[in-house]
Design a protein around this ligand. Sequence first.
Ligand code: NOJ
Length: 761
Amino acid sequence: MKYLPITFILSLFLTLSCTKSKDTDKSTDKGQSYRPQVDSLLSLMTLEEKVGQMVQYSGGWDITGPESDNNKLKKQQIKKGLVGSMLNVTSVEKVREAQKLAIENSRLKIPMIFGYDVIHGYKTMFPLPLAEAASWDLDLMERTAQVSAKEAAAAGINWTFAPMVDISRDARWGRIMESAGEDTYLNTVVGLAKMRGYQGESLSDVNTIAACAKHFAGYGYVKSGKEYNTVSIGEHELHNVVLPPFKALADAGIASFMNSFSDMDGIPATASYRLQTEVLKEKWDYNGMIVSDWGSVEELSIHGIAKDDAEAAKIAANAGNDMGMESSAYAKHLVQLVKDGEVDESRIDDAVSRILTLKYKLGLFDNPYKYCNEEREKTSIYTKAHLDLAYEAALKSIVLLKNKDKVLPISKDVKSIALIGPLADDKNSPLGNWRARAKDNSAISLYEGLKEKLPSTIDLKYHEGVDYVISGENFATPLKINTTDDSKIKNAVQLAKSQELVILAVGENAFQSGEGRSRTDISFPGLQEQLIKAVYDANPNTIMVLMNGRPMDISWSAQNIPAIVEAWHLGSQAGYAIADVLLGNYNPSGKLPVSFPQRTGQEPFFYSHKNTGRPDVNPYDIIHSQHNDVPNDPVFAFGHGLSYTTFEYGDIQLDKDSFSKGEFINVQIDVKNTGQRVGHEIVQLYIRDLVGSITRPVIELKDFKKIHLKPGETKTVEFEISESTIAFYTISKKWEAEPGEFKVFVGSSAIQNTSKSFYFK
Ligand code: NOJ
């Protein structure tokens, strides 16, 4: 096979490419339509070439500049057809150059696939995933993913490493910003919306890219929220809480999965046969590919379960991993491992088939330069329409946390405003942590937004309040924060006194959340708390705008500051959107996808906890499940978010109070807009399973609807409770609904007062 004449190979290969069935690969297609092409190509490949497909290198090299030996080596390997994929090669010019190396030099001319972290935008930045999840607007999230895919695809990219669906319940963990928060249901539906946006109807569409469910699995459970730490998750929690979003994405046809860096109960995910093969590929019948995380194959020896890179490659490949990201272990050792009988060639064939299938689905065999169109790159990135969408997404992601005495929206009668705080004129932080190709400092700051939107009659003055970041504002280095020099606070206080109203913009810099950005203390970093107290003391007519990538301990502010707006890191158009909410040009409707604790020490802190044998009935009752120093209640609950109007919920109506297999209960509730403004409300349905074969959460989100109501208008919101609503991974290790009594709650957050009982028989 190795020595087939090249002309024969080429003609066969061209025939295979040209006879590719017209695209039938809907996102849900299991890839079977490409089986004949994949098998034929596989039969032409040498073992070395097959292993090459399992290798992914990071590019990012300069086309012209001097070249490192490492890069030279990578290029040689590409030319020999020994590299299946590249990541971090961005721009049509660079992708084309890299792809040419493979197509014009390698024996079989197999195109490479190009991956990149397009997490919340490519160049047009949308809100952080955690922020966007606060919109609870699935259609919006699909559209922002669609635009991100369009921009990335126009720059040569055909694969994003998103969505991340790690259940994130520990706010100390920096990557909580990349998830849809603490809840399994919300992560599932958000993950599916993102996947639909990236992959569209067909991967062969030139504007869609392959998506990736990550990190499989358990990364969000790193102990003490410390990055890359070990993880312990019990069997039932794994199946009931952590795996459902991944299962849903696998069923929906997501193109790829990525391993987690973490070690769960002694097995790093990249080495886990159970997760990759038994659960994902066998039990869930998943036919897509699994890429490791960056260097996580080699890291198996650092974890201490492989003695060297060769053993690491053997363990990872045998466990079911298909491609090593920025890893040379496969390239160096897999061929020999197969020859020595340590890895079966059928495992290699399986991995390569999955990778080739994706390349066929993307249409790369039809045209390896399909995503390399300079004209498209010039015209479809960072367009006015995309920025408009970024603005819409920012508006919808804002959560009004507190609004005592209707301080907000800012009254038309206000004559002077002091804008104070280190984030008030920050044009960089709103871009967020995973900013892909966004231009640094390109976001609209709150100060810019206010200047543009405020009537000229209002006197707006700005002061940063404290020097905040001293150094390290980039992806690779830790931030150094000023914790000593409070000399600017007095000027801020003077300004606060001189103006009628204060807007305080505080929170976290973009590089205080994200990968490698875990913290032991989630209160205001640096001297901000001191600034907040001094300013409030000088002028209690203060509104706080919080910018952050995680829930924070804002207990003092929540008690004292009359109005608090959660503005996260909202992307390119942040400042305009926040200004419009503050001024009442837009009525906020976001709801928290994470609970805000009283204190860092409560983390991991989440609403759907278990009852325990000694639930806390009275705060501080010593022999109950509580901390002695703070109450168990959240400062702001999961699902919480106010509006400039008010909503009144009627009684929950059930069409019957019991149901059996195959039936469902219809739930209805009237929601009335009792205020003066048009508004959106996110109506949330939770259930509680009172007695189960394993203990069940005190309350669990199962559905939600976003409705729009005019003043005085009432709408009847309907839900359906079926067997799948109440099913879970039971003591019998099966997904099933157990008979018994349940409670259903419908309301505006996870703090619920009214419920109705129903039974499953
Ligand atoms: C490491 C991160 O964990 C992963 O999510 C990301 O996709 C890769 N690096 C590639 O940048």
